[in-house]
Structures are given as C-alpha cells and as structure tokens.
Design a binder for this molecule. Structure first.
Ligand SMILES: [Zn+2]
Length: 333
C-alpha cells in the first residue's frame, strides 16, 4: 500500500513537471502580463522586449491598411482582456483606439508610442499628411525612433511587472545595440548611392524621418492624403517631376497595389519597385526576419540597389529576435 502511494506521488510529480515545462515553452504563466499591440512592427518591438515573459497578441493583420482597419468582434475580446494596449498613436489607428477606449479594463493603459516620443511641436506634416490634418504617423520606419519606442515599451512593462524588470531591460539593451548596428549599416549603404539618385518617391508616404536621416530627398508621395488614387492631372505632374529629377526608381507598397504607379513608371522611364513595406513584416511569425529590425533591413535592401547603390553593408545583419526561446506572441493573419 505504502509502495503504491509512493508510486502515485511519483507519477503526480512527473505530471506536474510535464505541465510546468509545456507552459514555460509555449506561454508564460497565466498571471503573466497580457499585452495587445496594433500594427506588426510595434507588435514585434513589444515581443522583442517582453520575450517569453508576456502574453502578446497583435491586432491588425499584416498586409491590411492600418489607417482604416476595423477590428473584428473577436479582436474586441482581446482588447477587453489586456493589461496593456500598445499603439503607434499620432492618429494612425483611429478605429482601433476608439474600440480600445470603450472596451478596455478600467486600469489598462493605452500606450501611444508616437505621442510619447515626439512632442506636438515636432510632428511631421507633408503632402500626404498636410498641415491642418493629422501628422505623418510613420516614425517606426526610422530605427532611431524604433529605439525610442522600445525604451517606452520596456519602461511600461517594468512598471506593470516589476519582477521581470531585469529581463525587459536586458532585452532592451540588446535590441538597442542591434538597431545601432543597423543604423550604421544603413548609413554606409546609402553613401554608395550616387548623389543625384538620392531621391525617394513612394506610393504611400511612410518614410518622413527615415528619408532625411539617411540623406534621401523625399519627392512626395503618389497616394493622395485621403487614400484614393491621384487625379489624371496629378499623374501628369508626377511624371513630369520624375523626368525632371531623373528619378531612377519609384516605390510601391505591397499593402496598396496601384495600377497608376505602373503607368507613371512606364511613362516617366523610372523603374517600378512594388515591394516596400511599412507595417507588414517580411516572412511569417517564427521566421528569422519576421521582426521589426528585419523589416527595416528588408526595405533598405530594396531601396539601395534600386537607386544604384551597393547594399553589401547590410549583409549578415542579425534580423532575429533578441531574446532566447520562443515567445507566445500571436500575429493575426
Ligand atoms: Zn501607413
């Protein structure tokens, strides 16, 4: 009888161990901080800092228009369960943040990273986001802002979950090093572009601080500020502008396919590259380059050769997540 009891205790402890190890592999304990984030580059920044210690769900599927995306009812549940809601802000995710405010737990915090790192006096206005309306919200395409966003995320996670402060701060340190390394590689690659070719004309204006930081002149964007297609007159003006500046390539975005862009390229003689991404990470979750820094690295790898530069300084950059192990992060499809 005693022996039987010992065996059952032994079996129970094996089961308990098995359970603990499964949960630590796939998801943190049920008491872990629950975070939702809006667009994938921001979800990835949160994932890189929170790693295996947080439950994380992305809200906005990759390859959709984040400016206008409306959440499905099932996603609203995620908002209502979150301890922390991380967004870009600067009026990017207006419908999502309305739902967040209406459905969140009373003490859940909505963190708007763009608003946290950039005072209103420094908001960027341009052709796509003209003064009098909302500022250009695409700060994350610039790794300098990626670092600032990551700092805000680490600080907030440490406030909510002080027991894991060392973990979050450790990941932040590695991520900052990674992004500083990327910044140097981008600068080197940009310097190889012939001076006259350092011009950026994109469909969707996603590089408001990235372009000036790395010496590219932004010649505006093709997509009008209300996300419609440009008028025939505007198209003619753009073709003239591209010819006049001898722009070697114009860039489309996978999220906003535009037949007009093809036509503009054909008539202006510029090469048409439709592969840039701004909130759509390369690969799939679990892939090496499906990260925030993987995205920036990918875009620069497209821009530099198209403008006649040599992208080899980007070779062997580590696009992986900065923490060890598999996080339980979920990126919606
Ligand atoms: Zn955008």
């Amino acid at each position: 009888m005693k022996r039987l009891l010992l065996i059952s205790i032994f079996l129970i402890s094996i089961l308990a161990c098995a359970q603990t190890s499964t949960s630590s592999n796939n998801s943190p304990s049920t008491s872990a901080v629950t975070v939702v984030a809006t667009v994938s580059p921001i979800t990835s920044l949160v994932e890189n800092i929170g790693g295996t210690k947080i439950n994380l769900n992305g809200l906005i599927p990759e390859g959709t228009n984040s400016h206008t995306y409306e959440l499905s009812p099932s996603t609203v549940t995620l908002l209502s369960e979150a301890d922390l809601i991380v967004a870009n802000g600067l009026f990017l995710e207006i419908p999502t943040l309305k739902l967040a405010a209406a459905n969140k737990q009373p003490d859940a915090m909505i963190l708007k990273l763009g608003n946290a790192v950039l005072p209103e006096s420094e908001w960027v206005y341009d052709e796509s986001f003209p003064e009098g309306g909302h500022p250009n919200p695409h700060l994350w395409t610039d790794p300098h802002f990626g670092i600032k966003y990551a700092e805000v995320i680490a600080k907030e996670l440490s406030r909510i979950d002080p027991d894991n402060t060392d973990y979050y701060e450790g990941n932040l340190t590695v991520l900052k090093e990674r992004l500083k390394d990327l910044d140097k590689r981008i600068s080197s690659a940009m310097e190889t572009i012939p001076q006259d070719n350092r011009k950026l004309l994109t469909y969707h204006d996603s590089f408001p601080t990235f372009a000036p930081r790395y010496g590219l002149e932004t010649l505006g964007a093709i997509q009008p500020s209300d996300f419609t297609e440009p008028s025939a007159r505007e198209v003619a003006r753009l073709i003239e502008q591209i010819k006049q500046h001898s722009v070697p390539a114009i860039f489309g975005s996978e999220v906003f396919p535009s037949p007009i862009l093809k036509q503009i390229a054909k008539e202006s003689g510029a090469q048409y590259i439709d592969k840039l991404r701004d909130d759509d990470l390369p690969g799939k979750h679990g892939d090496q380059d499906h990260t925030y820094h993987g995205l920036i690295h990918y875009d620069v790898g497209i821009i530099v050769p198209a403008l006649g530069g040599d992208p080899s300084s980007l070779n062997e950059f580590d696009t992986n997540v900065v923490f060890d192990g598999n996080s339980p992060a979920v990126y919606p499809e």
